[in-house]
Design a protein. Structure first.
Length: 319
């Protein structure tokens, strides 16, 4: 059928030429006929070829069953492999509790609920991470309102000592609440997409410090605080310093109080996590909180008194 189509197009192209046409005119007609034939074949293939497979949404992963909260004031959903139903129930109860606590703390709530995806094993977590995850990675945010976590039974001994599952989930919830407080619309449900290196959105110390402090993780990590008084300024830190970021938020809340910090969050650009808004975000933060140099100096005095044993180079800071 395709051969007949190609021949028909070719003959139709030649029919318009006078028998005395010059060779270059015939050649032009032949090229045009070839191109038309190729386009016709491509169109036929598009009609008969199956559509390209779409990336599967997390909530549509066939491995998952679903537990959804009945509470309107804590709209949490847990997706889990059927064999891990008991762990899923425990996660749902604690996640509901954390959601209510954060709702009270922020006096606001995200525009949508919150979802937790309980990975079947490390390989399943890697599917969501989209690459081989380091063994210390036991959970991560998938979107503004979703988190993927590894069942604690598959954690390393080091992760069990350093990470609390409930507070890990609450940490990701804090991100959803701060962005909701700021007026940012929630992202659409996650896809299993390439996990790119985070480009230090907003001042990283502010965004992650809030999540560490408000979730209670700093209580677990007090002995892990490591900083170098003569080293990199916290405003330029982008990785490896989560306990330190938590101390910055602790300092800010003690100095300015919750109402002031929440007012600052509301004043930030609606998409303050965007690199495009970084300069405006920094301008607002430093104008509201006392200036970068003063903030850095005052925080250093605070942390030297509160965590005197942590004044060491931060190269070995755990994640």
């Amino acid at each position: 059928m395709r051969g007949k189509t190609r021949l028909a197009i070719f003959l139709a192209a030649l029919a318009g030429f006078d028998s005395r046409a010059e060779d270059d005119s015939i050649k032009t007609g032949f090229v045009a006929a070839q191109k038309a034939a190729q386009e016709s074949n491509r169109a036929a293939q598009l009609k008969t070829s199956p559509p390209l497979p779409q990336k599967r949404l997390c909530s549509d992963d066939p491995i998952f069953s679903r537990l959804k909260s009945d509470s309107k004031d804590a709209p949490v959903t847990v997706y889990y492999p059927a064999a891990q139903v008991e762990q899923a129930r425990a996660i749902l109860l604690q996640a509901e509790k954390s959601y209510r606590e954060l709702r009270h703390f922020f006096n606001a709530a995200p525009s949508s609920g919150f979802s937790v995806y309980l990975a079947q094993n490390r390989a399943h977590l890697n599917l969501m991470y989209k690459k081989q995850s380091p063994e210390w990675v036991v959970g991560f945010g998938l979107s503004d309102s979703e988190v993927a976590v590894l069942d604690p039974k598959d954690w390393t001994e080091g992760s069990r000592k350093f990470v609390n599952l409930d507070r890990l989930i609450k940490h990701e919830m804090v991100h959803a609440f701060t962005q909701g407080l700021n007026g940012k619309k929630q992202a659409s449900p996650c896809f299993y997409i390439d996990n790119k290196k985070e480009a230090a959105p907003s001042p990283f110390w502010f965004e992650e410090g809030l999540a560490v402090y408000v979730s209670g993780q700093l209580e677990d990590w007090a002995n892990a605080v490591r900083y170098d008084p003569a080293g990199k300024r916290f405003a330029q830190m982008t990785d490896g310093g989560y306990p330190v970021f938590g101390t910055i938020a602790e300092f800010l809340f003690e100095r300015f109080g919750r109402d002031k910090i929440l007012a600052v969050i509301r004043a930030l650009p609606a998409d303050y996590l965007s690199e495009n808004n970084r300069s405006e975000t920094e301008r607002i933060l430093y104008s509201e909180l006392g200036g970068e140099n003063r903030l850095e100096a005052d925080w250093l005095q605070f942390v030297l008194k509160r965590y005197p044993s942590g004044g060491k180079p931060a190269a070995s800071t755990p994640h």
